[in-house]
Design a protein around this ligand. Structure first.
Ligand code: CDP
Length: 250
């Protein structure tokens, strides 16, 4: 008799050290960022990252609703992270659940540490993150999309906020987990980095790592964030690059 169910667990790392999708351990999934994807928001961005598709829209600074959240010395950042019912294999029940509340909260806190909130007292900066397709790492894709959308809205920030998860899968540390690695792997460590200061403003962990692995995972994640940072800046440059004036035009 075979080991029932064992065949369901995929091989996460080949003997050659390649991952389930052929990536090396320190390789990101392909990432595409479009700044200014929506017409009606003050700022927006669309991120396709591996099989994730995430849209972020930003409004504000504007009047605070509900009123009691208003703060006299700074803007409040209100973030709504939502997964579409059709974004995952098994239809997700629409609406707020504990997971999306938690993710909305940690993203709002991370964004607050890069936005100059003191410049806009008594206002709200509203950030909507809609996950249209999910394949692990959606909170990181959401942070990337939201911070490009904030920049697109012209909201002053210390820096953009690249984010990525490092995990442990098949016994090895791997950058930017995809779904199978997240489901069957041993650990998941999402983080967001302020590139200019090197500060991490989001760090969560699920699963187990040794202290030595954690230290190596942080280095891997920071290097991954720096690569994503370049793509984020490129997306904004692409959106705002001034076309050279056509010959003969005034
Ligand atoms: O997406 P992220 O890795 O930030 O968060 P997670 O809670 O670790 O979820 C990992 C992945 O599980 C998501 O990206 C989805 O692909 C999947 N998921 C799902 O299939 N159904 C849910 N209700 C929640 C998550």
């Amino acid at each position: 008799m075979g080991n029932v169910g064992a065949k369901d667990v995929p091989v996460l790392l080949s003997p050659e050290g390649l991952r389930i999708d052929g990536r090396r351990v320190d390789e990101l999934r392909p990432i595409k960022i479009q700044a200014g994807a929506l017409k009606h928001a003050d700022g927006s961005a669309f991120v396709e990252w591996g099989a994730n598709k995430v849209m972020a829209a930003v409004y504000g600074p504007r009047e605070v609703h509900p009123r009691h959240l208003q703060q006299n010395t700074k803007a409040v950042i209100q973030c709504k992270y939502n997964m579409a019912a059709f974004s995952v294999d098994e239809r997700k029940r629409p609406g707020l659940d504990r997971r999306s509340q938690e993710i909305s909260k940690v993203i709002a806190e991370a964004l607050e540490s890069v936005v100059f909130v003191e410049e806009f007292p008594r206002t709200s900066i509203d950030v909507y993150i809609e996950v249209l397709q999910a394949n692990a790492g959606t909170r990181c894709a959401g942070i990337v999309a939201a911070s490009v959308a904030l920049a697109d809205a012209g909201i002053p920030m210390v820096d953009l906020l690249p984010a990525v998860a490092v995990g442990k899968a098949g016994g090895a540390l791997v950058l930017d987990l995809k779904k199978e690695e997240d489901n069957f792997g041993e650990a998941d460590l999402p983080m967001a980095l302020v590139p200019q200061s090197g500060r991490l403003v989001l760090l969560q962990m699920e699963g187990h790592m040794t202290p030595a692995e954690l230290s190596q995972a942080l280095d891997m994640g920071v290097a991954g964030c720096r690569q994503i940072y370049e793509r984020m800046k490129a997306a904004l440059r692409e959106r705002y690059a001034v076309e050279p004036a056509a010959e003969g035009s005034a």
